[in-house]
Design a protein around this ligand. Structure first.
Ligand code: URP
Ligand code: ZN
Ligand code: ZN
Length: 476
């Protein structure tokens, strides 16, 4: 194609699903953008994509990834290329990745992350972790907005490392919002965790289940309400990441009902797995923070999704090898990255985190839409439209409408796939959904009008993603 900006692509005969409707319509893409969404479009000079029997969804937006993140004496095993490639195979065309505050200034941290992320194969943006609250950070924080980063994350856990004190969190939330920046919070009780971990180790407990036993659910429940109350007192909104407990969901609802502008994210792992998974011989695979809890918590989180108490479903994708001493073959080359085996004698040394960026849409479709727990519109809202709105990307991303980027997923709702590590494209040696029978899967994925995944084949480009300079977050 000589001039991509003028190329016309017509998706004919499909069913368009947005957060608000399901309609029989053709979609015309000109260059990188959607030009029209109407029934029976006739465009003689367009290339036609036969979408009959398929759904057309807006590309997924994963608001929570950790690519190439140094932690636990290793690094998360997907970098910004391999992770975004995996995302694309699962129908996700935008990711928002966290920058650690590991440099002297925020500016240096942002620049370093730009260098790493330049290899991304889908569009991307960043959140900035605020884990040191000093004069310099206070002065620099408002500048994030001019760099297109309109979200920061703070932690009530990871004492001595990432955690801020409540007063500091209050100040961050307030100053951030005065500058059009939304604060996100990791809500657990760092003080209690510190004591319980010390006691568990002194008692000789080393197994993965102790990860959950030393991070009690009540810590998350009270921290969700505490953080919401801090936001209320700061007269600012708040976004609570990776919500894992029934009680946390109830506190979120309580705060929202009392006028607090708080929004919650959950992740697929908290809908499907429990602490019991940590008791398996390979339990280290399920270690993440906060931990998975009980069946009751799973059910309440589904309930919270069904009733729109929660706002998004992200992944917290932060993969590690289960056995990083044994290479896997990735793009034809052996790769081994130290992983969960680092903690085989001590649960506190097991890297915290899981793969998931590519799993999110297919697993949620089967378990959510096919099983009748979510409507197709809710599925789109939680995985694309709401993240676009909250994170200042809407309506460029997150919908199918004229003027939006042509990030489109051609979804076959009848395709049956036996899922697992061989189908998922993450750069790691295991998958949490190994052997799951899925119904519904992306068959083609387009990034700004370009086909990047075609029936399981990769057509994307290392570095083909673009940094998204984000606007002011919307409170929904
Ligand atoms: O275990 C996890 N979730 N690792 C990533 C860091 C975080 O707190 O999100
Ligand atoms: Zn977190
Ligand atoms: Zn995270």
């Amino acid at each position: 194609m000589e001039n991509f900006a003028e190329r016309k692509l017509l998706f004919r005969g499909g069913t368009v699903v947005t957060a608000s409707e399901i309609l029989q319509a053709d979609v015309l893409v000109v260059g990188e953008q959607i030009a029209a969404v109407t029934k029976d479009l006739v465009v003689p000079d367009a290339e036609v994509v036969d979408a009959k029997g398929k759904l057309i969804l807006p590309g997924g937006i994963d608001p929570h990834t950790h690519f190439d993140l140094p932690m636990f004496n290793t690094v998360s095993s997907d970098d910004h290329y391999t992770g975004t490639k995996a995302a694309a195979f699962g129908g996700t065309t935008t990711v928002i990745d966290f920058i650690p505050q590991d440099w002297d200034t925020l500016e240096e941290a942002v620049q370093a992350w730009h260098v790493k992320a330049a290899k991304a194969a889908v569009d991307y943006s960043f959140h900035m972790n605020i884990t040191r609250w000093d004069e310099n950070t206070r002065r620099e924080l408002p500048r994030l907005r001019e760099w297109g980063i309109t979200t920061v994350k703070v932690f009530t856990a990871y004492n001595g490392r990432l955690r801020l004190q409540d007063g500091e969190i209050f100040e961050v939330i307030r100053l951030a919002w005065q500058n059009g920046i939304l604060t996100m919070v990791h809500a657990e009780n760092g003080d209690v965790i510190e004591i319980l971990v010390r006691e568990a180790l002194e008692a000789g407990h080393t197994e993965p289940i102790w990860h959950a036993r030393t991070r009690p659910a009540w810590g998350a429940v009270e921290a969700v309400l505490r953080a919401s109350a801090l936001a209320a007192q700061a007269d600012a909104p708040l976004y609570i990441v990776h919500m894992n407990t029934a009680g946390g969901a109830e506190q979120l609802r309580y705060a929202r009902e009392h006028g607090v502008r708080v929004m919650g994210e959950t992740c697929p792992q908290y809908l499907f797995f429990t602490e019991d998974d940590l008791k398996r011989p390979d339990g280290a695979k399920w270690i993440c923070s906060p931990p998975m809890r009980t069946r009751k918590d799973n059910e309440m989180l589904w309930h919270a999704l069904e009733h729109n108490w929660l706002s998004t479903i992200g992944t917290d994708h932060c993969p590690f090898f289960y056995d990083g001493t044994k290479p896997i073959i990735y793009e034809g080359k052996p790769v081994a990255i130290p992983g969960k085996e680092l903690g085989k004698d001590d649960f506190t040394k097991i890297p915290n985190g899981l793969p998931g960026v590519g799993d999110r849409l297919p697993v949620l479709w089967t378990e959510g839409v096919v099983k009748g727990r979510l409507s197709p519109q809710q599925f789109v809202a939680y995985t694309s439209t709401n993240p676009a709105k909250i994170f200042g990307l809407y309506p460029r991303k997150g919908t199918i409408a004229p003027g939006a980027d042509a990030d489109l997923v051609l979804w076959d709702p009848d395709l049956k796939v036996k899922y697992g590590v061989k189908v998922a494209q993450h750069r790691t040696d295991y998958n949490l959904y190994e052997g799951w029978e899925l119904t519904g899967f992306p068959v083609q994925v387009y990034l700004r009008g370009r086909l990047i995944v075609d029936h399981g084949e990769w057509h994307g480009i290392r570095g083909g993603g673009r940094f998204l300079h984000r606007g002011v977050p919307q409170v929904i």
